[in-house]
Design a protein around this ligand. Sequence first.
Ligand SMILES: [Fe+2]
Length: 141
Amino acid sequence: MLREWSDIYSIGIADIDAQHQGFFAAAHRLYDDILEREGKNAVEEAMTFMRNYAEEHFQTEVAFMRKHEYPGLKEHLILHAGFFRKLDELENDLMMFGPSQALADRALDITQDWLIDHIADEDMLYSLHVKAKGVSDLSAV
Ligand SMILES: [Fe+2]
């Protein structure tokens, strides 16, 4: 199910929240392009956009965690790598079987739904960490 961005997904760090919003948009674009079966090129472009967006976003997060000496960084990196593995599997299946409702649903599951859980379970932890340290400058970009 497509979900609109909501403040309940906010971790209270404006730069990161804005990127999470963009992540939602990239996930929705991927879902729509797979569903509309606009052809290989549109799907490939949406997939590349999603991958690049995620890479850039994760880099922002990692730099932020490093800057604030977040102790859970190593575990967090493993979760980001897992995201790309799922994306690779999806891309392989899209190339092999072509777009379908099932693959569009899976795309949404591993991007939008993954992000929602990841925000609540993991990103919130580094947010709490910096806030507990009393960091006043919460800029991340
Ligand atoms: Fe993250």
